[in-house]
Design a protein around this ligand. Structure first.
Ligand SMILES: N[C@@H](CCC(=O)N[C@@H](CS)C(=O)NCC(=O)O)C(=O)O
Length: 219
């Protein structure tokens, strides 16, 4: 199987990026990383829109065919490489894992979008500030919920192997800095993220994307 990933540094494409690194480590299957410069609008070019009309990363190219949406990509990769152990195998446990992944994708992630892109939700600067403030408070609540989940991580979300869930938890935590959330104010989550960053698949993806946990700037 020929795999290529369209990703942008620090974006949610980090989730399949880490998953592909974990698959490579477990099975030897390589993938081709393809950088998309969002700040240069590369995701809005006719070539990219032909791959993903939603103008978003990530896209996984499987033997030249595009697959968009994180939850679908993770499900596809897990079913294609079950030996990588990226999801629980028990049917109920897998459904619960899907439920958590979907929540991170459709709730926590989209709340952050309102913080980061308030300009697309309101016209006046005052209204945008309101959108940002309300969403940032909600986002903190979402991170607290994840903190409660990762309190059981030993050492990672599902045990010994790093999975998509860990990569999403990292990404959302890192984004917290942009929402004005001090990482040290979530000590359990912070300790887990520091553990994660040392794990080989995460470290490899961090290095390729050239990102760190440095988004929080004290006011
Ligand atoms: N629901 C989509 C969300 C993808 C998404 O929000 N991607 C963002 C980066 S985190 C993006 O490409 N944004 C393009 C932009 O900023 O215009 C998925 O699961 O793939």
């Amino acid at each position: 199987m020929n795999l290529a990933l369209y990703f942008a540094p620090g974006a949610c494409s980090f989730v399949p990026h880490v998953g592909l690194e974990a698959i490579k480590a477990a099975t030897g299957t390589p993938f081709e990383p393809r950088l998309v410069k969002l700040h240069k609008g590369e995701h809005r070019t006719p070539e990219y829109l032909a791959i993903n009309p939603s103008a978003q990363v990530p896209v996984l190219l499987v033997d030249g065919k595009p697959l968009a949406q994180i939850v679908a990509i993770c499900d596809f990769l897990d079913r294609s490489f079950p030996q990588a152990g990226l999801f629980p195998t028990d049917t109920w446990a897998r459904a619960q894992a899907m439920s958590q992944l979907a929540w991170m994708n459709n709730t926590a992630h989209t709340t952050f979008t309102r913080v980061y892109r308030a300009i697309t939700f309101a016209e006046s600067e005052a209204a945008q500030a309101d959108v940002r403030r309300i969403a940032a408070a909600q986002y903190r609540g979402h991170l607290e919920r994840i903190q409660a989940w990762v309190a059981h991580a030993s050492p990672y979300w599902f045990g010994a192997r790093v999975t998509f869930h860990d990569a999403y938890a990292f990404t959302l935590f890192r984004w917290g800095g942009f929402a004005g959330i001090d990482p040290t104010s979530l000590p359990g989550y912070h300790a887990y993220v520091e553990r994660l960053m040392a794990a080989a698949p995460v470290a490899a993806a961090l290095e390729r994307e050239r990102i760190r946990l440095d988004t929080y700037k004290a006011a």
